[in-house]
Design a protein around this ligand. Structure first.
Ligand code: DC
Length: 224
């Protein structure tokens, strides 16, 4: 069967990660969380004391950085060089810093090459903000997954409660600010591609979203 390249874009907390991972498992495709790459840059920038607006230092950092996904018994992990940094990426601080470094064209350019290499073989589900618009405008199937702000904030609140509990109002405020930063930046802002299928997950559980996506994918495959 022909292998597809599938993109899923959308704001924070829309359920992209769970849905993308489930979809990739169902199809036996690779799942690429591109937000983790921006978080990886943010993490290393912080470790090196580089402010998120210092383009020169960020450029040097991106040039020497070696980010790669490795599948092992713990799942798909992000390595920076030989260190597994996965568990340090999904904190409120890293979310904000990733959003800040992701607005720098120099960082986006560096990660563009990394993502193109990862997508060369297709058979992949790419999750992010600009997958269908900038990174893979030629993708076979594109989705834009969204949900209302309160629902997204509650989901993120529940996710964080397992590790580092936060106040719900703060989670919602952070999310709103991050969405605003991500959708108003000049380079590759968060937006739906014109040819993306829009899915609102406010009232649909993960399995329902995946079923809808599978319908579109099967339709695409049967037309090839
Ligand atoms: O998907 P996430 O929440 O892990 O992403 C973290 C930040 O990275 C997000 O606020 C914006 C940025 N990002 C991006 O600009 N482009 C992508 N393709 C993925 C993430």
């Amino acid at each position: 069967m022909r292998k597809l390249l599938i993109t899923i874009d959308g704001p924070a907390g829309a359920g992209k990660t769970t849905v993308s991972r489930t979809l990739a498992n169902r199809l036996n495709y690779n799942y690429i969380d591109t937000g983790a790459l921006y978080r990886g840059v943010a993490f290393e920038a912080k470790a090196a004391g580089i402010p998120s607006n210092d383009d020169k230092k960020l450029e040097d950092l991106c040039r020497r950085l070696e980010l790669k996904f490795i599948r092992n018994e713990k799942g798909t992990r992000l390595f920076s060089g030989t260190s597994d940094i996965t568990d340090q990426l999904r904190t409120p601080e890293m979310s904000m810093m990733a959003s800040a470094v992701s607005a720098r064209p120099i960082v986006r350019q560096a990660l563009l090459d990394v993502q193109h290499k990862m997508g060369a073989e297709k058979a992949a589900v790419f999750e992010g903000r600009d997958m269908g618009t900038v990174v893979f405008p030629e993708a076979d199937v594109k989705f834009f997954l969204t949900a209302d702000l309160k629902t997204r904030a509650k989901r993120r609140y529940k996710e964080l409660a397992k590790k580092a509990p936060q106040n719900l109002d703060n989670v919602e405020k952070d999310m709103k600010l991050r969405d605003q930063n991500d959708s108003t930046r000049d380079t590759a802002p968060l937006k739906s591609a014109d040819d993306a299928v829009l899915i609102d997950s406010t009232d649909i559980p993960v399995e329902g979203v995946v079923e809808k996506m599978m319908d579109y994918i099967n339709q695409k495959l049967s037309n090839l």
